[in-house]
Design a protein around this ligand. Structure first.
Ligand code: SF4
Length: 464
C-alpha cells in the first residue's frame, strides 16, 4: 500500500508531518522477535501496523532500511541476544533501528548506549512505532524513547490481522499486580489491564471467519481476567466478565476447534474454571499451572500467595472434577537462599503433582526486582546441579505419560514439517508433539493419529 507520509501522519503517535518522505513503500522493515507468546502476538500486530502505515516488510535483514527488535526481558539471554544481533544485522541500508518490548521498558535510555539505536519503545506504545520510524527517516528526530503505559489506547489502535494463521493468539489481559519478587512483568508491562470482552469476542470472530481453527487467549495472569462485560441492558452498569464467562462465550463461536489460555496463576484457578474444562469440548483437558517451587519458605519469598499444599490440593480438586486433565508447570531453581531442603521440597511437589510436561529454569537476577538484591544468592554451580536433577525427575513423568499414549488415537493440529521427508509435527490436546508421515501437506490441519511409539519428547504415529 503506497501512502504519502503527510496523509499517513499517525494521529495516535503524535508524529509531525514530513516534507521529505514521499513513498513509504520504498522503505523496507525487518522485524526480529524474541520472547514469550505475547511477544509473538505483539510482533504480528507491529507488522500489520507498519504495513497499514505504508512500509514494506522484508524477510531479508540485509536489504532492510528499518530494523525492529522486539524482545522480552524475563530471561537475561533474550536481552543479550538482541544487543548482539543489532551488530550482526545492521547493514549499509539501515537507516532506523528500533528496540521494543519489555527489554526497552527495563533498559530505558540505556538502550541508546548500543550504537545506532534510534527508537526505544515499551510494549504498551507499539501502536506509535510507525510514526516514530517516519520521524527518524525524515530527519525530524534521531532518538526517541517512549515507555509510557497506554494499554487502552494501544488496543484501540489495533486492526484485524492481515494474514490469519490456523492458530492465532488473542491478548485478553496484560500486566500483573502480583509482584512475584523475581519477575519484571509488573515493571515492564505495567499493572493489570483487561480488554473489554466485546473487543476480544469480535477479534476472535474475525480470526475464525478468516481461517483460524485454534485460538490461544493470552495474559500475563490470564485467569485474573476481569474485562468490561458486553453492553446488555440499557441503563444498567455493564459489570465485568471473568475468564470463565469469556471462555463460555468464545467456545461457542463458529469455526473454533481448539481453545487454549495461558499463563495461569494457581491462586486464581477457580472451581468454576475447572468445571468449565469438564464441560467444554473445545478446551483441551490440559492446564498450565506454574508452581515455580515446592518449599513454602521459598514460595513466600517469591510472593506467590500460596503454599505447596494449597497448590497440590488445587490439582487434586481439578482431577476430581475433570478426571482426564493433565498438567504442566514452570519451575525456578536456585532462588536466593534456596537450601538443599528447599530444593528437596520442590522435588517432592513434582513427584506428587505428576506433570505431563514442564519447563524449568535457573533463577537469573532481573534488575529492579526485589529478589535481585536479596542476600544469599545461590552459586551457578549449585543452580546447574539442581536444574539437572529437577529435569531428570520431570522427564521421568514425561516419558511415563508419553508411553501411556501408545495405542491411543489423538486429535492433532499440525504445525510444521519434520526433519525427514514427508514428516509432519503437530500438537495433541495435551500440547505434546506428535510426528507422522504423510504424502499430503498437513500444516494447519487437524487429523486423528494412532500413536505407535513414544520417545522422551514426542510420540510417533500414523494417520488414523
Ligand atoms: S504472576 Fe507471573 S507475571 Fe505476575 S509477577 Fe508473578 S511471575 Fe510475573
Amino acid at each position: 500500500m503506497n501512502k504519502e507520509l503527510e496523509q499517513a501522519s499517525f494521529s495516535q503517535g503524535g508524529s509531525e508531518k514530513s516534507d521529505v518522505l514521499h513513498n513509504l513503500a520504498d522503505y523496507k522493515f525487518y522485524i526480529e522477535n524474541h520472547g514469550c507468546q505475547m511477544n509473538v502476538y505483539d510482533s504480528r500486530k507491529i507488522v500489520d501496523l507498519m504495513i497499514d502505515f505504508g512500509f514494506t516488510q522484508t524477510f531479508n535483514s540485509q536489504e532492510a532500511d528499518i530494523l525492529i527488535f522486539y524482545t522480552c526481558n524475563i530471561r537475561e539471554k533474550a536481552a543479550q541476544r538482541v544487543f548482539s544481533n543489532i551488530g550482526f544485522l545492521k547493514n549499509q541500508n539501515t537507516k532506523v533501528i528500533a528496540v521494543g518490548g519489555c527489554v526497552a521498558q527495563a533498559e530505558k535510555e540505556n538502550i541508546f548506549k548500543h550504537k545506532g539505536v534510534n527508537i526505544a519503545f515499551g510494549p504498551q506504545v507499539y501502536h506509535k512505532l510507525p510514526s516514530y520510524v517516519s520521524s527518524v527517516l525524515s530527519g525530524q528526530k534521531d532518538k526517541i524513547l517512549d515507555i509510557e503505559f497506554e494499554q487502552d489506547k494501544k488496543f484501540g489502535c489495533l486492526h484485524d490481522r492481515r494474514e490469519v494463521s490456523y492458530s492465532e493468539f488473542v491478548t485478553i489481559q496484560e500486566g500483573c499486580d502480583n509482584f512475584c519478587t523475581y519477575c519484571v512483568v509488573p515493571y515492564t508491562r505495567g499493572r493489570e489491564y483487561s480488554r473489554p470482552a466485546l473487543d476480544i469476542i469480535n477479534e476472535t470472530k474475525t480470526l475464525l471467519k478468516n481461517g483460524a481453527k485454534e485460538i490461544i487467549l493470552l495474559g500475563q495472569n490470564v485467569n485474573s481476567y476481569h474485562g468490561e462485560a458486553p453492553y446488555i441492558n440499557i441503563g444498567k452498569p455493564k459489570g465485568t466478565w471473568r475468564l470463565e464467562r469469556l471462555i463460555q462465550e468464545i467456545s461457542s463461536l463458529d469455526g473454533l476447534r481448539r481453545l487454549r489460555y495461558t499463563t495461569s496463576h494457581p491462586k486464581d484457578f477457580t472451581t468454576e474454571l475447572m468445571e468449565i474444562h469438564a464441560d467444554t469440548p473445545v478446551l483441551p483437558p490440559f492446564a498450565h499451572i506454574p508452581a515455580q517451587a515446592g518449599s513454602d519458605r521459598i514460595l513466600k519469598m517469591m510472593n506467590r500467595g500460596h503454599t505447596a499444599r494449597e497448590y497440590l490440593d488445587k490439582l487434586k480438586k481439578f482431577r476430581d472434577i475433570c478426571p482426564n486433565i493433565h498438567f504442566s508447570s514452570d519451575f525456578i531453581v536456585g532462588f536466593p537462599s534456596e537450601t538443599d531442603e528447599d530444593f528437596e521440597d520442590t522435588l517432592k511437589l513434582v513427584r506428587e503433582a505428576k506433570y505431563t510436561i514442564s519447563y524449568s529454569f535457573k533463577y537469573s537476577r532481573r534488575k529492579g526486582t526485589p529478589a535481585a538484591v536479596m542476600d544469599s544468592q545461590v552459586s551457578e554451580a549449585v543452580k546447574t546441579e539442581r536444574l539437572k536433577i529437577l529435569q531428570e525427575t520431570l522427564l521421568k513423568d514425561q516419558i511415563y505419560y508419553n508411553n501411556q499414549l501408545v495405542g491411543q488415537t489423538n486429535e492433532v493440529l499440525f504445525e510444521k514439517v519434520g526433519r525427514k521427508p514427508k514428516q509432519y509435527i503437530g500438537k495433541n490436546a495435551y500440547s505434546q508433539s506428535v510426528i507422522v508421515e504423510s504424502d499430503k501437506n498437513l500444516i494447519g490441519e487437524f487429523a486423528n493419529v494412532f500413536i505407535e511409539k513414544a520417545s522422551e519428547n514426542s510420540t510417533l504415529g500414523r494417520l488414523a
